[in-house]
Design a protein around this ligand. Structure first.
Ligand code: MN
Length: 351
């Protein structure tokens, strides 16, 4: 009989334990209570960097790292519920709950890659200025050969992050966005609000709209003109119904084929947490029922990461509307599962 998933996972756990010095090297075996906690136990203690990775003060001092976490506490691009400026803080604090080992994948991130938290990118409340700040921050990270993970923030930040990626890559960049909303309206109220970033990303000289893929779009909050625009520019739109009818794996396959077409050099992943059904995630700016389930979105990001990514972001977690940090918790999990898939498929370290 084939092994069950549980049996396979336990066999992988054996490998992880071996790499960590065997069963004898168990923290639980160390006796006594230290005066100052400098270990990763207990989980509620310590300073809340993302996954308790070390805080890195100097952004030009990250060459030895493989992944950095950057907070983008910005919600000036919000058009309904505000509060995503507290998103990075909430994801960092709930990430204390996670260990670096994933049971099903049989991978301990701490064994495979070096991670650090670069703190926040801050700018005064001006969208255009913030876009430039973020683009500079992302390219600073990428130019040192490090994988950036941006913790939003509302989705207006995506134009800045994608601009930073595009400026750092010699060749074309593809973009996959998970979102209930197209985010391809050119301007709202004359500004680049959070319903607009994918339109502007598609105007960058090395981002061909034919390599932009939207997954999870649907419901009652989209603009038909934005939809027509995506068609005219040649973008790909996949709905939650597509996920239901074709399955997660097939949708991922279609998305990857489009995002990587025409000799694209790198693909960036932007995840708006509102792609998940509002029943799972109360804490977001524009909640929409009928979205993906938590399990679907996790399988989807793992699949999308299989051929490699150049960076990712998780946006629209709004802690003032969040119940018990559920939304932030799922945001952390989406990030961790994506990174884990990149490690498993040998795309991290980046270069
Ligand atoms: Mn969005």
């Amino acid at each position: 009989m084939e092994r069950t998933y549980g049996e396979k996972a336990v066999l992988l756990a054996e490998e992880v334990v071996k790499k960590d010095g065997g069963m004898e090297n168990s923290r639980a075996k160390k006796e006594g209570l230290p005066l100052f906690v400098r270990d990763d136990l207990p989980s509620y203690s310590g300073i809340a960097t993302f996954l308790k990775s070390p805080y890195i003060e100097n952004p030009n001092d990250i060459k030895d790292l493989d992944v950095v976490f950057l907070g983008a506490p910005f919600d000036v691009g919000t058009t309904f519920r505000p509060g995503t400026r507290f998103g990075p803080e909430s994801m960092r604090s709930i990430s204390k709950l996670f260990k670096t080992y994933n049971f099903e994948q049989g991978i301990d991130l701490a064994q495979e890659i070096k991670m650090g938290d670069l703190g926040d990118i801050y700018s005064i409340h001006n969208i255009d200025r913030y876009i430039d700040q973020l683009a500079g921050a992302v390219s600073t990270v990428l130019k040192q050969g490090v994988f950036p993970v941006i913790l939003g923030g509302d989705h207006s930040i995506a134009y800045g992050t994608i601009k930073g990626v595009a400026e750092s890559i010699d060749g074309n960049v593809g973009v996959i966005q998970l979102d209930r909303h197209l985010d391809t309206t050119p301007y709202m109220m004359g500004e680049k609000m959070h319903d607009t970033p994918l339109y502007h990303a598609g105007q960058l000289k090395n981002v061909n709209p034919e390599n932009i893929v939207h997954i999870g779009i649907g419901g009652w909050q989209n603009d038909p003109r934005a939809a027509v625009g995506t068609k005219e520019r040649g973008e790909t739109v996949l709905t939650c119904d597509d996920v239901e009818e074709l399955g997660v794996d097939k949708v991922a396959e279609i998305a990857l084929e489009k995002a990587w077409a025409n000799g694209v050099k790198a693909v960036y992943l932007t995840v708006d947490i509102d792609v998940v059904d509002s029943g799972f995630i109360s804490g977001t700016g524009w909640p929409e029922p009928g979205g993906l389930t938590s399990r679907e979105v996790l399988r989807l990001v793992r699949r999308l990461a299989e051929p490699g990514l150049v960076g990712m972001e998780l946006v629209e977690v709004s802690p003032p509307y969040d119940n018990n940090q559920q939304t932030a918790l799922l945001g952390v999990r989406i990030i961790c599962d994506t990174i884990c898939s990149l490690v498993k498929n040998k795309h991290l370290p980046l270069y």
